[in-house]
Each structure stands twice: as C-alpha cells, then as structure tokens.
Design a protein around this ligand. Structure first.
Ligand code: NAD
Length: 332
C-alpha cells in the first residue's frame, strides 16, 4: 500500500512513518516542516494543507492518515488553528475523495469532550462533546467533516481521539512542549504567564528560587492531578490497527494508555531519574483528574497499549545514558 501521512515531521508522524516503512509500505509525507528522514519507499512533500500540495501528495495513495495539525491553547492562535485544522482537513478530505482513496484515518483528540471537564468517568466515546478550547472545537469540526465525506462519497473513515501523547524522552526535558509545563515548576510559570493565568502564576512563584524543581500539581480542593500520558509507540500501534482493521471503518475510538497516572507518583519517578527537588503546590483551579476508556479499541481492534509511565521514564533514562536504543515498536 501507499499511505499518505500528513504531519509526517511531527512527534507521532515520524514514528508512524518509521513503522509503516518497517512493515514494507510505501509512504508519502506531507508537512510544512522538514522531515529529516530518507528511505527508498518514502516520498516527502513539503507544503501546507492547500489544494496544490494535497493533490500532489495524494498521487497513487491507497489510504490517508491525517495527523498533521496545529496545537495551541493561546487565544491569539485561534485563526491559525482554524486554518490548519478545519480548512486543512476539508482540503485533504476533498483531495482524498477526488483521488478515490480507500480509507481516511483522522487524528482527533480527547479535547472534544473535553477530558479535563468530564461528566462521567471513565470517558467513553459516547460521552457528550463540548470542547472548551478553540483547538478542541477545530477537532470536533474535523470529525463532522470526516462524517460528512463518509456519508456523501463512500470513503471509509476512522476517527481516533488521541490521549495526551509524548515521546518518553520528553518527560525528562524541561523545555518540551507538554511535559515541561506539566512537571517542571519554571516551565509551568512561563506557560501560565503566557496564558495570562495570573492567579496560577502567583500560587507558583513563591516556590521559584531560580533553580529548576519538579512540580506536583493539586487542585484547589487538594486533589492531586491525574490523567493518562501515552507513549507515542502505543499510539502508533493503535493507528496501524485503525488503518488495517475491517471493523474500524465508520467508527470512532479513544486511543491511548489505560493508565491514568497520579502526578505525585509521576513526579516520584521523575525525581528518581533526575534528582531534582520536588514542590507540591495547591493551585487555585479545579484538579485535572480523569481516566479515559480504551475498551472499544481493545475489544474491536485488539489494541494493546503497553507503556506505563514508569517504563517510559526508565526508557528515557536509559536512552539518555546511552544504555540502549529502542526500535519504533519494541515492547517495554
Ligand atoms: N501529542 C498529543 O498529546 C496529542 C493529543 C491529542 C491529539 N493530538 C493530535 O495528534 C496529531 C499529531 O500530534 P503530534 O503530537 O505529532 O503533533 P506535532 O505538533 O508534533 O506534529 C504536527 C505536525 O503537523 C504539521 N502541520 C501543522 N499544521 C500544518 C499545515 N497547515 N500544513 C502542513 N503541516 C502542518 C507540523 O509541522 C507538525 O510537524 C495532531 O493532529 C494532534 O492534534 C496530539
């Protein structure tokens, strides 16, 4: 098969392309960013999600995995989010239908519920959708557009609502996009300053003495934060099932780890790995505290996520020390 992977230069895209090449597929990558990878079965199209680049990338393609998207929670980025995620998804669906592509797999997000404000837990695919961020809205609109093209063109579609997902190495990186502000005090202060969340900044600042520290976050009632953090390799294994499995067509699946890690436990693992001091802070906001069901993917597709948070930290530590190098889909 020839598979088009959009967002091929991103966190998930790179791992996915490696896995597809490893199993013998031909791959086209479409990304506005450079993909620093070469392979005889890999075609790289550098461009954004416009008609010209989409038509070029769609040549000879049997299936599309549309995981390219812009992620931001900054209010000023709303238009860019709409252009990349809503218009971009429309452009790709239209090009895929014109090219008579068989299957279109769409990367949505738990932000459509959103997972941070659940009405019931564990969050299943039939949980009501009411996103609280423009990013979440763009993913929900993308899902609607995917459903429309499935109804009107006959293209097979699969919607995957991804969990928060990291490369294991990001957990040890204070400057990484997600794990930095999630687990490191100074990165969190910078992020919350950027968001304009002054009350959170004021709660954190007394703990900042200019040196880096690990952060355990609690909500205003003292509840420690808890959420699933998925290893990119587990997400990629689920995407491959969504691409291949006959029963996936027309369905929506939550994809990610089954484990919801408490941040005090997570920080204990990070402390053991980094030796950094730990601060435990009660924030003037409700706790992030959710668990998401993966039952549908497990029972329908045979999905089997394997990476626990502890295994991710151990793997990242080993990689940092040069102890061993993981291949794309090796089990922990
Ligand atoms: N990582 C997560 O925690 C998470 C959680 C839920 C959903 N998702 C979704 O999963 C997908 C992959 O996420 P990721 O972590 O690999 O993100 P990423 O930011 O690492 O990669 C996204 C890629 O898309 C490309 N891109 C963005 N806008 C583009 C445009 N207009 N034209 C061409 N290329 C464009 C970027 O250059 C980037 O390489 C995204 O759709 C994201 O919304 C991610």
């Amino acid at each position: 098969m020839r598979i088009l992977v959009t967002g091929g230069a991103g966190r998930v895209g790179r791992r996915l392309i490696s896995a597809l090449l490893e199993r013998g597929d031909f791959v086209t990558s479409l990304d506005v960013a450079e993909l620093p990878m070469e392979h005889p079965r890999l075609t790289r199209v550098r461009g954004s999600f416009d008609d010209t680049a989409a038509a070029q990338a769609m040549e000879g393609v049997d299936a599309v995995i549309h995981i390219g998207a812009y992620m931001s929670w900054v209010a000023a980025d709303a238009r860019r989010l709409h252009d990349a995620n809503v218009t971009g998804t429309f452009v790709l669906l239209r090009a895929a239908a014109a090219a008579k592509v068989k299957r279109f797999v769409f990367a949505s997000s738990g932000e459509v519920y959103p997972e941070t404000a659940p009405q019931f837990q564990p969050i299943t695919e039939d949980h009501p959708t009411a996103p609280t961020s423009i990013y979440g809205v763009t993913k929900l609109l993308g899902e609607e557009m995917v459903a429309h093209f499935a109804r009107t063109t006959g293209i097979e579609t699969v919607v995957l609502r991804f969990s928060h997902t990291q490369d294991a190495s990001e957990l040890l990186d204070q400057n990484s996009f997600f794990s930095g502000p999630r687990f490191y005090l100074r990165a969190r202060i910078r992020q919350q300053t950027g968001f304009g969340n002054q009350a959170v900044v004021e709660a954190l600042r007394p703990y900042d003495d200019g040196t880096e520290k690990l952060l355990i976050s609690r909500g205003k009632d003292g509840t420690v934060f808890r959420m699933p953090i998925t290893d990119t390799r587990d997400l990629v294994s689920g995407i491959l099932l969504a691409l291949d499995h006959p029963a996936a067509a027309g369905r929506t699946f939550n994809l990610g780890t089954e484990e919801a890690i408490r941040f005090d436990e997570a920080v204990a693992h990070l402390h053991a790995a980094t030796g950094l001091p730990v601060v435990d802070v009660t924030l003037p906001i409700p706790a992030v505290n959710y668990v998401t069901s993966r039952r549908a993917a497990i029972e329908t597709l045979g999905y089997a996520p394997r990476w626990t948070f502890a295994a991710m930290v151990a793997d990242a530590t080993a990689e940092k020390l040069g102890v061993r190098v993981e291949s794309a889909l090796e089990a922990p």
